[in-house]
Design a protein around this ligand. Structure first.
Ligand code: ATP
Ligand code: MG
Length: 331
């Protein structure tokens, strides 16, 4: 079974990314044959960005992933822009993608509203490139957070439509893998919004690389709800979020957290417990990052070797796609 997932190269990867995605990547390494993880620099160009900074952020993200436990010997870790087949398949898939569907995507709606200057066509096309990322490896499973459910559904439709039009079995229709707890970690200051790399509030976003005092400060100031009962509920988004975070960090169920917190004196205790658990979870990652990040040549080697392996798989798929679509010379 092939596993594929992508993550955007921003140095500000946060607790939501860690819990919703990165932890699953690490767990998938030995299940996937192979597990393929991609740092999606092409996706990062869909909003305004600085080219020199993008390069830095790619190394930041590579080092974070390795610090969290990705082992290039057990997975394929590479940079999207190194494998040109992604862009080619994106174009070819656009022939079976309806523009109305792209227009309806929540991420496009939210992100285009947030743009001050240009709303790029790239932002609209983001899910098509994302579909190409996965489909070019004929991957079966895609570990993602809840916010990507919609894009995964679109991807499945595109794959089905492609196969119906050009030949059954050419592309694999993938399944998403969304964690049961922690699939949507909310901003600590605005618990109605997901924690986000580009959106969210500064105070409400716990970064993977934040030091312990910063983590404690952000969690202590987390917005909670009225009442004092430590229990999950649709009317208690702030408290629910903290319970979910604590459950994941302690590797127990949210129900166990609720039981354990029964004798707590109030939300202050919940926040303190969550901060302690998050610090314990992220400290080894931060320490390992500090060792890995300075050696950019070593990181570049990891990415280059990963790209080599990725390219071989992608080329194979593209031979079939081109042949089926009548593009390029006949085989
Ligand atoms: P942006 O908000 O700019 O899109 P992001 O924070 O969503 O950035 P991505 O690199 O787009 O970061 O997402 C990487 C992975 O993290 C995806 O699988 C996504 O579903 C997951 N993810 C993102 N935010 C959260 C969150 N708040 N809770 C759980 N998972 C999340
Ligand atoms: Mg995102």
């Amino acid at each position: 079974m092939r596993i594929f997932s992508g993550i955007q190269p921003t140095g500000r990867k946060h607790l939501g990314n860690y819990i919703g995605a990165i932890r699953q990547y690490v767990a998938g390494q030995d299940r996937g044959d192979p597990a393929i993880y991609c740092i999606v620099d092409l996706h990062a160009t869909t909003v305004s960005y600085d080219p020199a900074e993008l390069r830095e952020r790619i190394y930041d993200t590579t080092a974070i992933l390795m610090a969290a436990g990705l082992d290039p010997g057990r997975c394929v870790l590479f940079r999207q822009g190194d494998v040109q087949e992604h862009a080619e398949l994106c174009w070819l898939l656009s022939s079976v993608t309806a523009i109305g569907e792209l227009n309806r995507m929540h991420q496009f709606r939210d992100k285009s509203l947030a743009q001050r200057e240009l709303v790029s066509a790239g932002l609209l096309f983001y899910p098509v490139l994302q579909a190409a990322d996965v489909l070019v490896y004929r991957a079966h499973e895609v570990p993602v957070g809840e916010d990507q459910r919609e894009h995964l559904e679109l991807m499945r439709d595109v794959a089905r439509r492609f196969n119906a039009r050009f030949g059954e079995g050419i592309l694999v229709v993938p399944e998403h893998r969304i964690p049961e707890v922690g699939a949507r970690i909310m901003d600590l200051q605005e618990p109605s919004r997901k924690m986000s790399t580009t959106g969210g509030t500064l105070e409400g976003t716990v970064l993977v690389l934040d030091d312990p005092p910063t983590i404690e400060k952000k969690l202590k100031r987390a917005v909670t709800d009225s009442g004092s009962e430590i229990a999950r509920g649709p009317d208690k988004p702030g408290v629910t979020n903290l319970i979910d975070i604590l459950a994941v960090a302690r590797d127990v169920t949210p129900r166990e957290v609720e039981t354990d917190m029964r004798s707590a004196r109030g939300y202050g205790d919940l926040k303190a417990a969550t901060a302690a658990a998050v610090v314990e979870m992220l400290t080894p990652v931060r320490e390992r990052y500090a060792e890995l990040r300075p050696d950019e040549a070593a990181l570049e080697t990891v990415l280059a070797e990963g790209a080599e392996k990725a390219r071989a798989m992608a080329r194979e798929t593209m031979l079939g796609v081109r042949e089926a679509m009548g593009v390029g010379p006949p085989r």
